[in-house]
Design a binder for this molecule. Structure first.
Ligand code: ARG
Length: 588
């Protein structure tokens, strides 16, 4: 959506700047390195929301022109304001503040939301552009832990956000399905494994075997050699090894799929590390031909000392390829296949060095897309209360987290709304909302401190709080019963609370854009909390005598106007939650 008010203000501002500083206009453009024709867009980008609403609805901070104009900011503000050909502005210090009327705002915002529905806030900036998002990417033979949950939740949200900006999004699950650990798995399974058990609980079983292998290897180091031989066999296509590997993969994928279905996450491609088996050799050859790959102590590496990095390992002495080799092959392949505008990797900060190395190698090859490779990294999830026991290996299993959340959500909902028709389904939705929001509500580089008390608090800054707000909006619409129409009397909107709500709705598209561009779904999370808070203030509005103003009353005109607003809040809240990967129940 075009931000008309800001557009309008920018148009007036540019005229005023030109009138006030005719002979400095070129200087200003040069100073900020923008074309004079683009200066209006530049000013548009500077318009912000005043910190104090009493100042106005939009503010132009004139002080950023002080450097070029060499005048005091309040003087600049006054000079520009003097030439403004609009009314409804005021000056406070270095700011020029603009105010819009509530009916104007409502006219601008509400019919649009009514018409566009969940497409409200969409853009076309990404049209014809591909964005590749590598996310979730768990390892077969290791449990789906909460660490992968963060990648899954963040990646899924970025996928939806970019899609809303019009990009063609390609979600890739780069499964960890290759590497020396599969030699260990094969040996362990041959010695202690059981197919029936594997089929029943693949990830658990494989992880048990993995753990057992490591503890037995301490007593019996020869196991390590067996594993290396087994992996070599696998790489060379040995029948039995391959059959076992296929089994591990097939059963694990089934279990992952179940988790993804629960979370409502989907991928366009499940191309794991093994997908690149026949692509690593050509990739390595490219690096050799470019003179980048060199031998070092029997291994093949790209030296990165000049950049203060350890070498990027391409091949071990025994010829086996590595994680980095497969990522390099993956980058070449993805570029060839998708000509991506950006390729992003949603992976924890523990792999920062790895991605730095790999991206550096692509840069050294002279590929122009090297600077369009992005590592979106994130912090850890920590469990505050001990209620969540870690199973073997100190890993918190996502499955356990989900089950605990469902149990707790069921209890809470039962006590609040004993007659809810579809308790099980709603409890699941709320449980997942709590978990995902706990993850995305925090800036991605920060660690998440997960506590059940907090994440399931219906009144806190939580997913369930937003879902509950959505359910309340839905209840109001049900109670109203009629159909909401956009041709209301816009003069009905007059209160401060309504204005706040309308301004918040107006901002939605910008938040979608910034959250995507900064790879920061937490900006959407924060926006939604604010939307819910502003709505609740509107909902609890009192009249002059201190009586609650009913949304649905005998005053038909007022009711119709309020319901249009309510429906708009519901639409935006639901769509915002969707962009985070969270479902919005109608009732709870
Ligand atoms: N499987 C890896 C892990 O769990 C994450 C893979 C991320 N994607 C990539 N292209 N390297 O640590």
């Amino acid at each position: 959506m075009e931000n008309v008010f800001k557009r309008d203000i920018a148009r007036h501002l540019i005229q005023a700047v030109e009138a006030a500083y005719k002979d400095r206009f070129e200087d200003i453009a040069a100073f900020f390195k923008v074309e004079p024709e683009k200066l209006e867009d530049f000013l548009y980008g500077k318009i912000e929301r005043p910190r104090d609403h009493k100042m106005g609805d939009f503010a132009f901070p004139a002080f950023f022109l002080a450097g070029v104009l060499k005048e005091k900011p309040p003087v600049i503000a006054a000079n520009i304001a003097e030439k403004l050909e609009v009314s409804g502005y005021s000056i406070t210090g270095p700011y020029i503040n603009f105010t819009v009327t509530v009916p104007d705002l409502a006219k601008e915002v509400l019919p649009g939301i009514h018409r566009e529905g969940n497409a409200y806030g969409s853009q076309k900036v990404g049209q014809e552009k591909n964005i590749v998002i590598d996310f979730s990417s768990p390892n077969i033979a290791k449990p789906f832990g909460v660490g992968h949950l963060r990648s899954t939740a963040l990646g899924n949200s970025l996928y939806r956000l970019y899609h809303k900006l019009g990009y063609n999004t390609i979600g890739i699950n780069h499964l960890g399905d290759w590497g020396t650990q599969f030699g260990k798995m094969i040996v362990a399974f041959q010695k202690w494994g059981d197919e029936a058990e594997l089929k029943k609980k693949p990830i658990d079983t494989l992880f048990d075997l993995y753990v057992r292998f490591h503890s037995e290897e301490e007593e019996n180091p020869a196991l390590g050699d067996e594993a290396r031989t087994a992996f070599k066999g696998l790489e060379e296509g040995d029948k039995e090894a391959t059959a076992l590997w296929n089994l591990f993969k097939e059963y694990s994928l089934e279990e992952f799929q179940r988790i993804y279905d629960t979370l409502g996450v989907r991928f366009d491609h499940y191309t794991g590390e093994s997908f690149y088996n026949d692509k690593t050799e050509p990739a390595v050859n490219r690096l050799k031909e470019a003179g980048l790959a060199v031998e070092s102590e029997g291994a093949l590496v790209v030296k990165l000392d000049d950049f203060d990095m350890t070498p990027c390992l391409l091949k071990k002495a025994d010829g086996a390829t590595l994680y980095a080799t497969r990522d390099l092959a993956g980058i070449f392949f993805r570029h060839e296949q998708f000509h991506f505008d950006k390729a992003i990797y949603v992976v924890g900060s523990a792999q920062r060095e790895h991605f730095k190395q790999v991206f550096k190698v692509v840069e050294l090859l002279g590929e122009d897309y090297a600077d369009r490779l992005v590592h979106v990294e994130f912090g850890w999830i920590r469990f505050k209360d001990q209620a969540m026991s870690t199973r073997k290996g100190n890993i918190v299993f996502l499955d356990d987290v989900i089950n605990t959340a469902v149990e707790k959500a069921t209890q809470i909902i039962k006590s609040k709304n004993p007659n809810l028709p579809d308790l099980d389904k709603t409890a699941r939705t709320v449980a997942l909302g709590a978990i995902i929001f706990a993850d995305l509500g925090v800036k991605k580089h920060k660690d998440v401190n997960f506590s059940w008390e907090e994440v399931l608090n219906f009144e806190g800054e939580t997913g369930p709080y937003l879902q509950y707000t959505h359910a309340r909006l839905s209840a109001l619409l049900r109670k109203f019963g009629g159909s909401v129409k956009p041709d209301v009397d816009f003069d009905q909107y007059e209160s401060f609370e309504e204005k706040e709500l309308l301004l918040q709705l107006y901002r939605f598209g910008q938040v979608v854009e910034s959250a995507a561009k900064k790879y920061e779904p937490s900006m959407m999370a924060e926006y939604l909390l604010e939307l819910a808070a502003v709505f609740n203030r509107f909902y609890q509005r009192k009249d002059a005598e201190g009586r609650l103003i009913k949304i649905i009353s005998d005053d038909e005109k007022a009711t119709r106007a309020r319901m249009l607003l309510i429906a708009a809040v519901q639409t935006v809240l639901k769509e915002g939650l969707y962009l985070l990967g969270i479902e919005a129940p109608e009732e709870m």
